[in-house]
Ligand binder design. Structure first.
Ligand SMILES: [Zn+2]
Ligand SMILES: [Zn+2]
Length: 245
């Protein structure tokens, strides 16, 4: 049953890689605005996922042990270092990667999606509500992330269809990560819980280092207020998930 939940969740996540088709149908100006709203929503959802679901669940399973927070820092540091070396970015400006680095986008994207799949699996193994919360937080940040990947691949010289196809291939690793996580859980038994604070560290890094910097300087005060309210709504969604179950 848990395996099916993981498969469904990671399959849905992998489909987000096709979000690039939106650039075929929507006006660029409109898309940019919508994207920043999504960035605001997903930063809130990621922080809500980390602080309202992943960390509390780990604390209730493992007590207040220091190791929880060491895994949290590990998750944060790993994403920091991966970003430094593999250069996966979330910026939606004109500084997209140059052509020779296009393949690196695919490598880092595959790795990132694999880790997303892994933490989704761990969350479902630990508890169904945590699984839902993690899937939601991943889905929301994957929409701007995958649009970004697609844009960078096209900029890097891929045709749009080819970019969509390659982006999807690099998203299938989410399913691979999910299956790996499921079988790792049966080997690791209770220690799979440590993947939760690790995931929280990933989420906090993505929200604080990648996403929030994009929205904290809006073009005007009205947009700033909208972004902040949507950010709070992202946290609110995670709070809601907490109380629904
Ligand atoms: Zn992700
Ligand atoms: Zn991608």
């Amino acid at each position: 049953m848990v395996l099916i939940q993981i498969l469904v969740a990671t399959f849905v996540i992998s489909l987000i890689a096709f979000v690039g088709v939106l650039t075929f149908i929507l006006k660029e100006e409109w898309l940019k605005k919508a994207l920043l709203i999504l960035v605001a929503l997903s930063s809130g959802a990621l922080l809500g996922g980390a602080f309202l679901h992943l960390i509390p669940e780990a604390v209730s399973e493992l007590g207040g042990s220091l190791s929880i927070f060491l895994y949290l820092l590990l998750g944060f540091c790993l994403f920091f270092i991966l970003e430094q070396f593999l250069h996966w970015r979330h910026q939606h400006d004109e500084t997209h990667s140059v052509k020779p680095f296009t393949y690196l986008i695919l490598v880092s994207d595959s790795l990132h999606n694999f880790i997303d799949g892994l933490v989704i699996a761990a969350s479902f193994v630990v508890s169904y509500p945590v699984g839902i919360a993690t899937t939601l937080a991943v889905a929301l940040h994957e929409i701007p992330q995958e649009l970004d990947d697609f844009g960078a691949l096209v900029y890097g010289g891929f045709g749009r269809k080819r970019a969509l196809a390659f982006n999807y291939v690099s998203a299938i690793t989410a399913i691979v990560g999910g299956v790996t996580g499921y079988f790792a859980a049966s080997v690791m038994k209770a220690s799979i819980v440590y993947l939760l604070p690790f995931a929280a560290g990933n989420f906090i890094y993505i929200a604080a280092a990648d996403l929030i910097p994009e929205i904290k300087h809006a073009v005007n005060i009205r947009r700033s207020i909208i972004h902040f309210c949507v950010f709070l709504a992202g946290i609110g969604v995670m709070l809601l998930v907490k109380f629904i179950h």
